[in-house]
Design a protein around this ligand. Sequence first.
Ligand code: SF4
Ligand code: SF4
Length: 373
Amino acid sequence: MTVSRVYFIDLRASAKENLPSKLSNLLETAGLSDVIEPRNIVAIKLHFGEKGNTAFIRPVFLRRIVEQVKSLEAKPFLTDTNTLYAGTRSDSLSHLVTAVENGFAYSVVNAPLIIADGIRGGAFFPVGIDKKWIKTAFIGTDIAEADALISVAHFKGHELTGFGGTLKNVGMGCASRKGKLEQHSGLCPKVKTKKCVGCGDCVDHCAHHAIALKQEKAAIASSRCVGCGECILICPNGAIEVQWDRDIAAFQEKLAEYTFAVLKEKQGKALFINFLTGISPACDCCGHSDAPIVRDIGIVASTDPVAIDQASVDLVNQQRAAHGTSLKTSLGPGEDKFKGLYPKVDWRTQLMHAERLGLGSRSYDLNIAEFRS
Ligand code: SF4
Ligand code: SF4
């Protein structure tokens, strides 16, 4: 059994040792200089946050990562891909405006911002992998063409995968629109008519015109639905649900296979970082961030995308839940916070499939990255 190394820093800081300098030590200890060579073009993949969201990683940390990559004589850019759903990041123009409004201006982060899959998400690079679900993956061109990848993920809850960490940031986050559609295909939600009050919010919100009101109840046309899942979040009455048994396991396995595709040409050229801060119950794609479910924990880094997510979920679950959040069960140390948030989602599926694909190991050693003056 392979045991992978995951490196950790807590959030304690002092005049001698501030958090950005601890982050630098973490990156160095986790192997940044092994991953990057002089003149490499380096994609730093993050989530810029939807407009109104406030839980995404603070730009000052990205600046530190950029500076460290530049110190290795490489050329970094900050990147993400466009979203499937209607929002403030569904084309490159609005995506860049949102990123800047959330603080990721060049003057702050010291690197160019490039949306990797073109103005409308149509720029992809096909990667043949021939796996259980995905035969050819469609990756955002500019990420596929980069020499190296640094994934910087905000670790939090997610309505379809239980938690969102490295696998979500890489597998879904680096996919072009065609790639996202492929992962979401078959994931058409259903309406619980007893709960639907016919307000029409979901009809207005669906960018694919897949929902109509029939006899004052929402009805979804599966032939139009792309499975983006947005209507689930939009409905104020919880009347729209994923078809849990059928869809979720396949979705998570496709996500792992897309991660495999993104990393196929980046062996030895990728580093993964998870920020266990502001651990909100749902994705940064939401236009709001609900209160964090546990205290801020720290930052982890690894060259193993499976081990880092396993370590992150374990670190969160070891905590006692914060008071007064949307998490109402599984509150004690050792209890599964993500199962508490999303009882019908088994987050283990993505990790187990990723391990089967040879992406990494669920067994890990957690090492404290020491401060070096
Ligand atoms: S948003 Fe919810 S309650 Fe309103 S019409 Fe859609 S399903 Fe019904
Ligand atoms: S009906 Fe389908 S396409 Fe429309 S918002 Fe819901 S999941 Fe997305």
